[in-house]
Design a protein around this ligand. Structure first.
Ligand SMILES: Cc1ncc(COP(=O)(O)O)c(C=O)c1O
Length: 349
């Protein structure tokens, strides 16, 4: 069986976990602090400007709290994304305003976003969809705080700089299927020191002299040690993803493959999608040959469907959900497996 996705785990992670276990300090501690500093450094910051937390969703929630989002504030988000965004916004008692995506980069459509801005708009969450950076420059002109959701975009670049450094704050996820993993986990990054301090304070829920409701969103040192071992290998992981994408690109007609190469934007190749009229049928055919593929976001998962809003108001997201299949791409995938996938694809097509 060729899996659709798989974490890349080796003796480095085993060694890191063993060391933490043997230290007897397994909850949030030194490893978490080092993980934060190392991710900050990767993003070009000398200081620790990051806060490690339990998940990407917790990170999103904490950014909303850090930005002072209150009940009834409006947060603009794409409808073509994961339900975690809705969960974080509703937990913060704010209102999600859904916007369609554009067909080029599968990120928020800029003009449609502008049309949804109101006096209540307090932030825009940009998801760099499947690792393809959004056109941040345009969105930054709107003068509304941009939250970069880099849950799947670690290592992607916009005009030569890593995504995550452009907005008011960014979040990352280290869930099992992400570019690097810690099992579960998340990270907030911001250049705004006050924002980072506020989020850090919210996470430190115990033994506080002055009480107000905080929450245990902490990451364990066990998870952080895995995350650190993975971060050290990020450039290798990215190079392998690029190499696999290159093989797919050489073998499949360019107009059927996503992401496209866009000027100034470099995807981390988190997902490689194939355009096809009936992805469900192709998925079944692949499975017969022992190859797992997925429909990356199914129609029922579109956020406007969850919120019972009219599908006709989100035509591009509807279309993409119905015409895209995601092929295996991850560092563990061997060249011969990629060739097998391509051979079977040619037979199916
Ligand atoms: C775009 C996006 N944001 C946020 C999240 C939430 O991350 P986590 O699963 O770590 O809570 C995900 C999860 O898949 C995601 O795809």
């Amino acid at each position: 069986m060729i899996f659709h996705n798989q974490p890349t785990i080796s003796k480095d992670e085993l060694k890191a976990v063993k060391q933490v276990l043997e230290s007897y300090w397994i909850a949030q501690g030194k490893q978490v602090e080092l993980f934060e500093t190392e991710l900050s450094r990767y993003l070009g910051s000398k200081n620790n400007q990051a806060v490690a937390v339990a998940s990407g969703t917790a990170a999103l929630y904490l950014v909303l709290i850090g930005l002072g989002i209150k009940a009834d504030d409006e947060i603009i988000v794409p409808t073509y994304t994961c339900s975690a965004l809705l969960n974080a916004i509703f937990l913060a008692r704010a209102t999600p305003i859904l916007v369609d995506i554009n067909e080029n980069d599968l990120n928020l459509d800029f003009e449609k976003t502008k049309n949804k801005i109101s006096k209540k708009t307090k932030a825009i969450i940009i998801t760099h969809t499947f690792g393809q950076p959004a056109d941040l420059k345009k969105f930054l002109t709107l003068k509304i705080p941009i939250i970069e959701d880099c849950a799947v975009a670690l290592g992607s670049k916009y005009n030569g700089r890593p995504v995550g450094v452009f907005g008011a704050a960014a979040i990352f996820s280290f869930y099992a299927s992400k570019v690097i993993t810690a099992g579960y986990g998340g990270m907030i990054f911001s250049k705004n020191k006050k924002l980072i301090a506020k989020i850090r304070d919210y996470r430190e829920f115990d033994n506080r002299k002055i009480y107000y409701p905080r929450f245990n969103f902490q990451m364990s040192d066990l998870a952080a040690a895995i995350g650190r071992a993975q971060l050290k290998k990020l450039s290798k992981f990215l190079a392998k993803r690029q190499a696999i994408a290159k093989i797919y690109r050489h073998s499949i007609s360019a107009d059927l493959i996503w992401p496209k190469n866009l000027a100034g934007r470099k995807s981390n190749c988190y997902r490689l999608l194939l355009k096809c009229p009936s992805p469900r049928i192709i998925k079944k055919q692949f499975l017969k040959f022992g190859i797992r593929t997925i429909l990356p976001i199914e129609t029922y998962e579109l956020l406007h469907r969850y919120l019972k809003q009219k599908p006709s108001n989100f035509p591009i997201s509807e279309k993409i959900a119905k015409t895209m299949i995601s092929l295996p791409i991850y560092p563990n995938l061997e060249d011969k497996e990629v060739k097998k996938i391509i051979n079977q694809l040619n037979k199916i097509l």
